[in-house]
Design a protein around this ligand. Structure first.
Ligand SMILES: Cc1cc2nc3c(=O)[nH]c(=O)nc-3n(C[C@H](O)[C@H](O)[C@H](O)COP(=O)(O)OP(=O)(O)OC[C@H]3O[C@@H](n4cnc5c(N)ncnc54)[C@H](O)[C@@H]3O)c2cc1C
Length: 451
């Protein structure tokens, strides 16, 4: 006879966060590109096993694929259309969902700490609590790294979460309104983006794409010529972690649509209306975006887990955390060595590959089978410059090395990445329905979000 299935929520109501010893609790922190795929895999593989409870904890109630955030920022994507409710997926696959921000990991007690939550008036809604685990997977992603640069926290927007992308969107719309209403039609709207990685260059291109369509939406006096976007990169080339040819091609493409690209330029401080380079040059900015560097959430290192200089958790070959056999880390927050002496790059494809191995290893351990080591396979990288171009490289055995691609073929591969993520989360049938729904949606709603 199957034991009575009691949901995590019911456990919380009945016995606080204490779980019965007979039920093994597998907790995944962070339902992003890696964590969500992982929790779905675990729930599917273990759904008939009543001795296991799979729990996802995320600080948000819904998921949006992070590589789409620059489109949320510009308004080419409505985040409310593309989000997926964790509770809906929990119901579909039979895992439990806990809404809350994880603040600590207690490795001795085998529990995580979840912050209290307040309502809009500051009154406590939910008290701080602990959630115990038998196996824990840490997938809270990464944030951009301002390296403590003066004024950045106060004056620059980051694009690490949907809230931040929406904040940029609101600021941008306000400035758009102001510039469009200006009597002097030479007034420009200036957006300065610090960081010439994927986030920075994709945002710059999409801002130009949107600017070119604003006249259709009543901004008669606005045009691409009135938008001044600058991308500032400290290194000598754009996209420093990718093959140089991609950075060169992206720079050429961005400059051809009117983006200013400044390489080998370091920002030393930020103010409300400008950024300042290390050489003292003032770069005026109506909106400043910080999209440089990455670092993992600080609670990982503060909890005593072994971390590198970017706060990423050091993992063994099977993706368990060094020194802990019941704690795994995957995705951007994991510091995982590669054969060439580097570390696995913070990308959606890395998170996807790690999710598969962790799911396999957790299930294998549960069934007393042997685990697998993670070997990162770089399939290449693609950069979408909105409707203007897509460039990148593909890698693999078939390609015999790295092949540079651009144009519609690159665009097809780029779009397929998101569909692969949707397939991993929703399954093939639902993904086809989502694709059909997207087509219909295109014809029934505005294709720009301007509110
Ligand atoms: C604008 C942009 C464009 C990008 N473009 C590309 C691209 O084209 N190709 C590519 O491969 N990669 C791209 N990336 C990088 C890619 O998005 C990340 O590498 C990937 O999302 C990492 O997956 P993850 O699961 O580690 O973390 P994430 O996808 O960031 O998910 C982390 C999850 O953890 C939750 N969380 C965080 N902290 C806590 C906490 N304390 N408590 C509870 N929950 C928490 C978050 O809410 C989130 O759901 C892009 C990133 C950005 C920002």
């Amino acid at each position: 006879m199957r034991p009575l299935a009691i949901s995590q929520q019911q456990w919380i109501e009945i016995v606080g966060m204490v779980k019965p010893d007979s039920v093994k609790q597998m907790v995944v922190v962070g339902g992003g590109a890696g964590g969500l795929e992982l929790v779905v895999k675990l729930a599917k593989k273990l759904k008939r096993d009543a001795s296991v409870r799979v729990v996802l904890v995320d600080k948000n109630a819904s998921h949006i694929w992070k590589p789409l955030l620059h489109e949320v920022a510009t308004g080419s994507l409505d985040s409310h259309h593309d989000e997926t409710s964790y509770r809906m997926l929990a119901r579909k696959y039979g895992f439990d969902f806990v809404l809350g921000r994880v603040t600590s990991v207690d490795t001795e007690k085998q529990s995580i700490g979840i912050a209290s939550e307040d309502d809009d008036d500051g009154a406590e809604l939910v008290a701080a609590r602990d959630l115990s685990f038998d196996e824990l997977v840490l997938c809270p992603g990464s944030r951009s790294n301002d390296f403590g640069t003066s004024g950045v926290a106060a004056h620059c927007v980051k694009l690490d979460s949907r809230e931040q992308a929406e904040r940029f969107h609101k600021l941008y719309l306000k400035q758009l309104h102001k510039v469009s209403a200006a009597k002097d039609d030479s007034t420009q709207l200036s957006v300065v983006i610090v960081g010439g990685g994927a986030t920075g260059v994709e945002l710059a291109a999409d801002l130009h794409n949107v600017a070119g369509r604003l006249q259709d939406y009543g901004f008669q006096t606005f045009s691409q010529a009135r938008l001044k976007v600058s991308v500032i990169e400290a290194g000598p080339v754009l996209l420093p972690r990718l093959p140089e040819r991609i950075g060169v091609s992206v720079k050429r493409e961005l400059e051809s649509i009117g983006v200013d690209v400044l390489t080998a330029t370091k920002i030393e401080s930020a103010a409300a209306d400008a950024l300042f380079t290390s050489e003292g040059v003032r770069i005026p900015a109506d909106v400043s975006v910080w999209a440089a560097g990455v670092r993992a959430p600080s609670f990982l290192g503060e909890s005593g887990l072994p971390v590198d200089n970017l706060g990423r958790v050091k993992v063994n070959a099977d993706l368990t955390v060094e020194g802990y056999s019941t704690i795994y880390a995957a995705g951007d927050c994991a510091c995982c060595p590669t054969a060439d002496g580097g570390t696995v790059p913070p990308r959606a494809q890395s998170a996807h590959q790690m999710a598969s191995i962790v799911a396999h290893n957790i299930v294998a351990r549960h069934k007393n089978k042997s685990s697998k080591d993670f070997v990162y396979k770089d399939f290449g990288s693609l950069i979408s410059l909105s409707r203007f171009s897509t460039v990148g490289n593909l890698m693999g055995n078939l390609m015999r090395g790295s092949v540079f691609i651009e144009g519609w073929l690159a665009r097809m591969f780029y779009l397929s990445l998101y569909r692969m993520h949707q397939n991993a989360v929703h399954g093939p049938f639902s993904t086809v329905l989502i694709m059909l729904g997207d087509r219909i949606y295109k014809h029934t709603r505005a294709d720009l979000k301007l509110h």
